[in-house]
Design a protein around this ligand. Structure first.
Ligand code: AMP
Length: 215
């Protein structure tokens, strides 16, 4: 199955996407993760992307489209993929259609996860990740066993992403409303949209999402 996850930052796309991909043997294509890796490795893409990411702005469509065209064409994505963080603009969604069409494929569904803005701000301020395995935690709702270190990497302290700083979070929500929210209409018009409440426990949201996908 080929699925894209839509929704504002902090709604749980990363957590849900990771689980959906893992449980079904599909590739997880997280463009935010790919960009953060490029930043860590100081590649030319990383250098260009870092300034925009830290400011809560989007990286240019042409760069993102090329990245996704390459990643979604790799063998591990042949059986299916879950995209987390792409598409983020209507031109990116149109490009994805073209890329898949060239391969004789189509997108099966666009899942939209939703939650009220004050909840998103609260979640992002408590969000942490392991710098080694990128496993996501939330100090309030999904804390690590000892409250500070990764469960899978004992002794490795969890970190806050630079773009989860409070002022950047507000900018990211604005950018979402302006650039990404129109994608809901785009996919609704194609009858591919599946709307799922992003409130509740991780398990509850996961069950609603798999139910909406008919899994
Ligand atoms: P995320 O981890 O999905 O929240 O992405 C973190 C940041 O990476 C975003 O705030 C953007 O700056 C950038 N980014 C990730 N995916 C995209 C995309 N599809 N288009 C443009 N920028 C992106």
């Amino acid at each position: 199955m080929r699925v894209v996850l839509l929704g504002p930052p902090g709604v749980g796309k990363g957590t849900q996407g990771r689980r959906l991909a893992l449980e079904h043997g599909w590739a997880l294509i997280s463009t935010g993760e790919m960009l953060r890796e490029a930043v860590a490795q100081k590649t030319p893409l990383g250098t260009e992307a870092q300034r925009l990411m830290d400011a809560g702005q989007l990286v240019g469509d042409h760069v993102m489209i090329a990245l996704v065209e390459d990643r979604s064409g790799r063998p591990d994505a042949a059986a299916g993929f879950v995209m987390d963080g792409y598409p983020r603009t209507v031109p990116q969604a149109i490009a994805l259609e073209g890329i898949l069409k060239q391969r004789g494929q189509t997108l099966d569904a666009a899942v939209s996860l939703a939650a009220p803005e004050d909840e998103l701000v609260r979640r992002m301020s408590a969000r942490r990740e392991c710098p080694i395995c990128k496993r996501a935690y939330n100090l309030v709702s999904w804390p690590p066993k000892d409250g500070r270190h990764c469960d899978d990497h004992p002794g490795v302290e969890l970190i806050r992403r630079a773009d989860d700083a409070p002022e950047t979070v507000l900018r990211r929500l604005e950018v979402y409303a302006r650039e990404t929210a129109p994608l809901l209409e785009f996919y609704r018009g194609q009858c591919r949209l599946r709307e799922v409440p992003g409130l509740g426990t991780v398990d509850e949201v996961y069950r609603s999402m798999t139910g909406a996908l008919g899994l």
